[in-house]
Write a protein that binds this ligand. Structure first.
Ligand code: RIB
Length: 305
């Protein structure tokens, strides 16, 4: 069976549910505050396992209570945590402001995710990449770790899929050699260092990545679906019209579905269609990790179409 290696962030999500976010200078009461397990890396690794992919996971938590909880949660969900590093720093925390219409705003205190060094990657991750057929990363760990992963994948000629969120100061040069890059509109704009205002701008931005040598660019457009851009042209995929309860983790579910599809031998187009279903199921549920669909969930969703 093919293997995928996910290298990425692990966060404790502090979800603050409110009617709407406060205006400047305004003081509001929230509806409730929940703690749940998250982090783009952890969400995607758990989703891939639930979708049936043979998944290796590498990340880092602190030597604190959040780190203990997150490790236990991953184990309970069937993720092998042997390769999760612990450091004497605090575990990553994401503060998620969730509005009643399902929209969210996220502020991350990266903690241990940012403490992963290039040396950690060389020492611990090289053997994991060697035994994998595909590698999936996001940009929620240190940029020096990202550069090292890209270099190792290029050297070992491994298919690297990059979820370009959160983009921070990362420019496209750091990701050259990746097989597929998947940003949202904001991330695409930051990657190429140009403002993108219209749909035409977004297409041109994605085409620029292709011109620079990225074979497959998948721009996630939320409720509008996504754009798939290659040297062969542009194809639009609509999102399913579903009632969104919480959009947190929808992109993670999409990325996991996309990679799971590729691992099963689907074409890129078919993998995007599968990913679109995974994203739709995730937005109909609360939470990040908790909203990740299983293979059976997708089969039920397909049966209802
Ligand atoms: O993509 C959703 C994730 O982003 C959340 O789980 C949160 O931890 C942030 O990293």
């Amino acid at each position: 069976m093919k293997k995928i290696c996910v290298i990425g962030s692990i966060n404790m999500d502090v979800v603050i549910k409110m009617d709407r976010i406060p205006r400047e200078g305004e003081n509001i009461f929230c509806e409730r505050v929940d703690h749940s397990c998250g982090g783009k890396g952890e969400n995607q690794a758990i989703a891939l396992s639930k979708l049936g992919a043979d998944t290796l996971f590498y990340g880092c938590v602190g030597n604190d209570a959040f780190g203990d909880t997150l490790l236990q949660n991953m184990r309970e969900l069937g993720v092998d945590t042997t390769h999760v590093l612990r450091k004497n720093v605090s575990t990553g925390v994401a503060y998620i402001l969730l509005e009643s219409n399902g929209d969210n705003r996220i502020i991350v205190n990266p903690g241990a995710n940012e403490a992963i060094t290039a040396e950690d990657i060389r020492r611990d991750v090289t053997p994991l990449i060697e035994q994998s057929d595909m590698v999936l990363i996001q940009l929620e760990v240190s940029l020096e770790a990202i550069s090292e992963i890209v270099a190792i994948c290029n050297r070992l000629n491994k298919k690297l899929i990059v979820d370009a969120g959160p983009v921070r100061g990362c420019k496209i040069d750091r990701l050259m050699g990746a097989y597929c890059i998947s940003p949202n509109e904001t991330e695409l704009s930051a990657l190429i260092g140009e403002p993108l205002e219209t749909e035409e701008d977004i297409r041109r931005g994605a085409q620029k990545l292709v011109t620079l040598g990225i074979q497959h660019v998948v721009v996630k457009l939320g409720a509008k679906g996504c754009l798939y851009v290659t040297t062969g042209g542009v194809r639009c995929f609509d999102a399913y019209r579903v009632k969104a309860i919480d959009t947190t983790g929808a992109g993670d579910s999409f990325m996991a579905g996309f990679c799971a599809g590729l691992m099963e031998g689907m074409s890129v187009e078919d993998a995007i269609s599968y990913a679109t279903k995974c994203g739709a199921v995730a937005v109909m549920r609360m939470g990040a990790v908790n909203s990740m669909p299983s293979r059976e969930d997708i089969a039920i969703f397909e049966a209802g179409l």
